[in-house]
Design a protein around this ligand. Structure first.
Ligand SMILES: Cc1cc2nc3c(=O)[nH]c(=O)nc-3n(C[C@H](O)[C@H](O)[C@H](O)COP(=O)(O)OP(=O)(O)OC[C@H]3O[C@@H](n4cnc5c(N)ncnc54)[C@H](O)[C@@H]3O)c2cc1C
Length: 469
């Protein structure tokens, strides 16, 4: 279970239209998993079949996680791309099993502070004249909604419940154009398929990335994240994040009295906290979100007074610190994830393109990973649509480079910022603490800065180039 803070544009990609202020109930119908191939359109006779029985598709999406499914949904939503034959390859049962009623929570406010008590910033949707800052949605809710979105469309998709085993670029077996090429994929269950374009949406340990020989750079963070759900005695509608010496802890509302926890710490601490009994773990969560490790931010501290001389026209600048609601009970299992930074040098080769975590994996401290992936899905869908409109081969490198040039700078910038924040909190030194506190206060009191941070984090602004407004 993950939290995702989705941008408005992302929700459009996902086909989710959020109208209600706090909760949005999404009813997911059951999808039959009994068929080997699941077609969305009963009339559709399927993809081309070559003489030696290999199915040929326009696009093979390897990985039906949130990002692969967002791409499929986006292709399904456009008249230009709806008629393309698309295979989605993933043996994740979440792809073919529905669930009942799920909830998500729209975010109105977010508070961020640190353990020194010096740094504190609060964001409010009204700072940018909006009703919501974003949305916290569990990944299963997004996946179910994306599946639903595709079922509603006349979309020529086939789900192949298997995993990619090997891949080769080869000459077309059935095409009349002798010079055309197809990528050939062999799946773990022995099925062979071919496609004009292979999209690697298979996550941080991408097999497509490995088989196609994409080079990547990055490092393992000396941190793991524990994620779980907790229950409060009152409802929570605010997101909270506190930077602790070993990493941030976030409390994210998911509806009613429940919140998700994403807590980053050293691998040793994560094993210890996973092994704790439920009661002790809940105590540790409350300790981490309240007085543990240091004092609450003081309003009208000397740094506060210095920055409050900036005239601020945003409502949240005058809102003082509040303590997050206590957790009273653990409401799920605890899961532990190792954290890393990965970025591929290129996103595209002839016939193969990477999106989502397959192209870039970032630190989850700002909840931006899947948002970047949704941006990729949207941009790739657009270039495929443009290519289809003019009748060119969508697997050509010139088409795919357009996607890369739009997304790589934006993803690189976000990965660099998140890595910088992670590094800034890796040290506990007096002067550095004061600098970090100054950054928090700048964000709290300098309204153009605060507005730009909100718009960048919510995806309305592609790059953090600040304009004074
Ligand atoms: C602890 C933690 C907290 C996070 N919190 C947030 C957050 O709050 N907000 C946010 O935006 N992001 C968050 N992220 C990041 C987010 O989870 C990822 O960015 C997102 O899941 C990437 O989606 P994806 O579809 O690219 O990859 P994945 O979600 O990894 O999906 C990949 C899919 O590919 C399939 N697959 C893998 N290999 C193969 C193969 N060989 N053949 C076929 N299929 C294959 C898998 O079964 C899977 O379904 C968090 C990450 C972590 C670790």
């Amino acid at each position: 279970m993950y939290r995702v803070i989705s941008r408005k544009s992302n929700l459009d990609v996902a086909g989710l239209h959020v109208l209600r202020r706090f909760f949005c109930n999404v009813t997911i119908p059951e999808v039959s998993a009994s068929n080997r191939y699941i077609h969305s359109n009963q009339e559709y006779k399927g993809e081309n079949q070559s003489e030696n029985g290999i199915q040929e598709y326009d696009i093979a999406i390897v990985g039906g996680g949130m990002v692969g499914m967002a791409l499929a949904c986006s292709l399904a939503s456009s008249v230009l791309t709806r008629k393309l034959s698309v295979a989605i390859i993933d043996d994740n049962p979440a792809l073919t099993s529905g669930s009942g009623i799920n909830k998500m929570e729209l975010l109105i406010q977010e508070s961020v502070w640190d353990y020194t008590g010096l740094g504190y910033t609060r964001y409010n949707a009204r700072d940018v004249n909006k009703e919501v800052l974003g949305c916290v949605v569990e990944n299963k809710v997004l996946l179910s909604s994306l599946s639903l979105c595709m079922q509603e469309k006349e979309f020529q998709k086939t789900v192949l419940p298997s995993r990619l085993a090997s891949m080769a670029i080869q000459s077309s077996m059935s095409s009349t154009k002798m010079d055309s090429q197809l990528a050939k994929l062999e799946l773990a269950d022995g099925t062979n398929v071919a496609a004009k374009l292979v999209v690697g949406a298979d996550g941080g340990r991408s097999r497509v990335r490995e088989l196609a020989g994409f080079r990547s750079t990055g490092r393992k963070y000396p941190q793991n994240a524990i994620i779980c759900t907790v229950e409060h005695s009152i409802s929570n509608h605010c997101a909270w994040q506190r930077f602790l010496p070993a990493g941030p802890i976030a409390l994210l509302p998911i509806g009613e009295n429940f919140s998700n926890i994403v807590w980053t710490m050293s691998p040793k601490e994560s094993s210890d906290r996973k092994a704790m009994n439920d009661e002790d773990f809940v105590k540790a969560v409350n300790h981490a979100l309240d007085y543990g490790y240091g004092p609450h931010p003081q309003s009208k501290s000397s740094i506060d007074k210095l920055f409050s001389s900036f005239t601020s026209d945003v409502v949240s600048s005058n809102e003082s610190f509040e303590v997050p609601p206590n957790a009273v009970k653990l409401a799920s299992d605890r899961m532990v994830f190792p954290l890393s930074l990965v970025h591929t040098d290129t996103y595209a080769k002839s016939r193969v393109v990477l999106i989502g975590d397959a192209a870039h994996t970032v630190h989850p401290l700002a909840g931006q990973g899947v948002n970047l992936g949704f941006g990729d899905a949207s941009a790739l869908s657009k270039v495929i649509s443009e290519g289809t409109a003019v009748g060119i081969d969508i697997g050509q490198i010139s088409v795919l480079r357009k996607y890369e040039s739009e997304r790589k700078p934006a993803n690189y910038m976000m990965a660099t910022i998140l890595d910088g924040v992670q590094k800034a909190y890796s040290f506990d030194l007096g002067p550095l603490n004061a600098l970090r506190a100054a950054a928090f206060h700048g964000a709290q009191y300098i309204s153009p800065l605060k507005k730009n941070i909100i718009l960048y984090a919510s995806g309305e602004q592609k790059l953090p180039f600040f304009s004074w407004r």
